[in-house]
Design a protein around this ligand. Structure first.
Ligand code: F6P
Length: 551
C-alpha cells in the first residue's frame, strides 16, 4: 500500500501559511485594483459558468494551491481512479463511478475485463424496462398500466434518485409520479403509500448490499401492504409481486431470496459507491420518470465534467480549483462548514444529497494507510434553496462570527416564465441571487450606515463586514445534462479534498457502529430485563422512558 503524502509537510503548505498570515480579503480593494478580476477568475466547465472572483483566490494563492495538489499527487490519484485501480483500499475496491457514464465504444478494465460493456448492457435493460412502463406495455396484475413508481432505498439508494427526480420534474412524463420511502420510521412507508393504487404501482427496491435494515424492512412492509390491498379487492394472483416489484442491487442472490425475479433485477458493481450511484441502475426511477433519452443526456453531463476534470489545465480546472479552495478555507481559515445555496426550487434536495456525498466521503480521521490525518478534514455541508434561506439563516453568514464559504447556484432560464405586474418574476428571484454574493463580498461600512442617518447606538448592529467568500455557479437552464454536470462537479471537488488530505473518500466505516448497536439493543427495548440491565445508565433510562410511555 502506498502511503499518502502529508500535506502539512509540503513546501506549498508552508507557502500557504505565509500567504494566510499576510492575507486580507478586502474585496473592495481587490476589485478596485484589478478591473479584470472577474474576467480572470471566472471559468467554464461544460455548461457551467463558475465565478470564483468573490472567493479567497488570487494569483499567489492559486499557484500555491496548485503546487499543493502537485506535491500531494492529486492528478496521479485521479488518473489511478479513472484507470480502475483499487484506490478504495479499506474495502479493496476500484472506484469507477466515472465508468458509469462512458460511451459504449470506450474501455475501462477491472481485472482485465471491460466494465463499460457491463454498464451499457444494464443501461439497455433499464431503458427497455423504462420504455415499457412509460408506454404502458408493462402491465400490473389487473392489466392496468403503471402510474406510480415507489423507490424504496436509503442513503445513496434514495438521496440521488429523489434529488434528481425533484430537480427534473419538468421532464417527468405526464401521468407518472415517483414517490420515495427511505426511513425505517413507520411513518414513512405509511404516509407514502397513502392513496397509492395497488393495481398501478411499481415498487423499486434499491439497495447496493440488499442487507440494509431500513430498506428490507420497508420492502417487506410494502409487499404486505400490496398483497393486503389486492386481497381486499378480491384479487389473488401468485404472479402479482413479479409484476409490481423490481430490484436494483449488486447482490442479486439476496434479491432472489427476497422473492424478486432475477429477470426484474438490475445490477451494478462493488466499484460504485452508494453515494456515487445515481447514474447507475439506482437511477431506475429517474430513467422511468424522464425517459431513456433524457437519462442519456443526464449521463452525458457527468461525462462532460469527467473529461474536464481529467484534461483541463490545472489553472482552469474547476473541480480541482474549488476542491483546493475548500482546503484553503478549512485548513487555513478554520471554516467548519460550507453552505450550498441553490437559487432553484427544483434543487431543494441538492444540499441533502451533497451532505452524503461530501460528508460520508471526507468525514475521516485516519488516512488510507491507517495513520492519523495531519490536519482538519471534512467540513459540514448544508444549505437550503434561496430565497428561503435568506429569511432564515443568512443573518449568521452576513454578520455572525463564523466564516462560512458558500456556493450560490442559479439558472438563466426559468421553467415558469411568470410576470408580476411589470416585473419578470425570475428576474426578481435572480436579483436576490446577484445581491447576496455582492452583499457578502462588499458589505456596508460604518460610514455608509451613518450616512443613511442611522442613530449612532445601532450603527454597529447595522454594519455588514463583507469579505465573505462565495462561488457563483450559473448555467443556461436546469436540464438533465446540467444536473449531471453539477453532480460530477461536486464529486470531483470531494475527490480533490480527499486526495490532498490523504484519506480514503470511498469507504464509510463510521456508519457501522450505530447499526450494530441498534440490532443489539432490540432485546432490551422489547423487555428483556437482563439486556436492559446490561445497558449504560443513560441508555437504560431512555429505554425505560420509552417502555413506560408506549401504549
Ligand atoms: O449506512 C451507509 C450506507 O452504507 C451508505 O453508504 C449507502 O448509500 C446506504 O447505507 C444504503 O446502502 P444500500 O444501498 O446497500 O442499501
Amino acid at each position: 500500500m502506498s502511503h499518502p503524502i502529508d500535506p502539512t509537510t509540503t513546501r506549498a503548505w508552508a507557502r500557504l501559511h505565509d500567504l494566510h498570515d499576510g492575507f486580507t480579503a478586502d474585496f473592495r480593494a481587490r476589485f478596485a485594483a484589478d478591473p479584470q478580476r472577474a474576467e480572470r477568475l471566472s471559468f467554464t466547465a461544460g455548461d457551467l459558468f463558475v465565478d470564483l472572483s468573490k472567493s479567497y483566490l488570487d494569483d499567489d494563492v492559486r499557484d500555491a494551491l496548485l503546487e499543493l495538489a502537485e506535491e500531494t499527487g492529486v492528478a496521479a490519484r485521479r488518473d489511478a481512479m479513472l484507470r480502475g485501480e483499487r484506490i478504495n483500499v479499506t474495502e479493496n475496491r476500484a472506484v469507477l463511478h466515472t465508468a458509469l457514464r462512458r460511451t459504449a465504444d470506450d474501455t475501462v478494465e477491472v481485472d482485465g475485463h471491460n466494465v463499460v460493456t457491463d454498464v451499457r448492457e444494464v443501461l439497455e435493460r433499464m431503458y427497455a424496462f423504462a420504455t415499457k412502463v412509460r408506454e404502458g406495455s408493462w402491465r400490473g396484475v389487473t392489466g392496468k398500466a403503471i402510474t406510480t413508481v415507489v423507490n424504496i432505498g436509503i442513503g445513496g439508494s434514495d438521496l440521488g434518485p429523489v434529488m434528481a427526480y425533484e430537480a427534473l420534474l419538468p421532464y417527468v412524463k405526464d401521468g407518472l409520479e415517483c414517490r420515495f420511502i427511505s426511513n425505517i420510521d413507520p411513518t414513512d412507508v405509511g404516509e407514502t403509500l397513502r392513496g397509492v393504487d395497488p393495481e398501478t404501482v411499481l415498487f423499486i427496491v434499491a439497495s447496493k448490499t440488499f442487507t440494509t435494515l431500513e430498506t428490507l424492512t420497508n420492502a417487506r412492509q410494502a409487499r404486505s401492504w400490496f398483497l393486503a390491498q389486492l386481497a381486499a379487492r378480491g384479487i389473488q394472483d401468485a404472479g402479482a409481486v413479479a409484476k409490481h416489484f423490481v430490484a436494483v442491487s449488486t447482490n442479486l442472490e439476496k434479491v432472489a431470496e427476497f422473492g424478486i425475479e432475477p429477470a426484474n433485477a438490475f445490477g451494478f458493481w462493488d466499484w460504485v459507491g452508494g453515494r456515487y450511484s445515481v447514474d447507475s441502475a439506482v437511477g431506475l426511477s429517474l430513467a422511468i420518470a424522464i425517459g431513456p433519452e433524457h437519462f442519456e443526456e443526464f449521463l452525458s453531463g457527468f461525462r462532460t465534467i469527467d473529461e474536464h476534470f481529467a484534461t483541463a489545465p490545472t489553472a482552469e480546472n474547476v473541480p480541482l480549483l474549488m476542491g483546493l479552495l475548500n482546503i484553503w478555507y478549512v485548513n487555513f481559515f478554520g471554516a467548519a462548514t460550507h453552505a450550498v445555496l441553490p437559487y432553484a426550487q427544483y434543487l431543494h434536495r441538492f444540499p441533502a444529497y451533497l451532505q452524503q456525498l461530501t460528508m460520508e466521503s471526507n468525514g475521516k480521521r485516519v488516512r488510507w494507510d491507517g495513520s492519523p490525518v495531519t490536519t482538519q478534514t471534512g467540513e459540514v455541508f448544508w444549505g437550503e434553496p434561496g430565497t428561503n434561506g435568506q429569511h432564515a439563516f443568512y443573518q449568521l453568514i452576513h454578520q455572525g462570527t463564523q466564516l462560512i464559504p458558500a456556493d450560490f447556484i442559479a439558472f438563466a432560464n426559468p421553467v415558469f416564465a411568470l410576470v408580476d405586474g411589470d416585473a419578470d418574476q425570475h428576474e426578481l428571484f435572480l436579483g436576490n441571487f446577484f445581491a447576496q454574493t455582492k452583499a457578502l463580498a462588499f458589505g456596508k461600512t460604518l460610514d455608509e450606515v451613518r450616512a443613511e442617518g442611522t442613530p449612532e447606538e445601532i450603527v454597529t448592529a447595522r454594519e455588514f463586514p463583507g469579505n465573505k467568500p462565495t462561488a457563483s455557479i450559473m448555467a443556461p437552464a436546469l436540464t438533465p445534462a446540467v444536473l449531471g454536470q453539477l453532480i460530477a462537479l461536486y464529486e470531483h471537488i470531494t475527490f480533490t479534498q480527499g486526495a490532498v488530505w490523504g484519506i480514503d473518500s470511498f469507504d464509510q466505516w463510521g456508519v457501522e457502529l450505530g447499526k450494530q448497536m441498534a440490532k443489539e439493543l432490540t432485546p432490551a427495548i422489547s423487555g428483556d430485563a437482563a439486556a436492559l440491565e446490561a445497558q449504560d445508565s443513560s441508555t437504560r433510562k431512555l429505554i425505560e422512558y420509552y417502555r413506560a410511555h408506549r401504549k
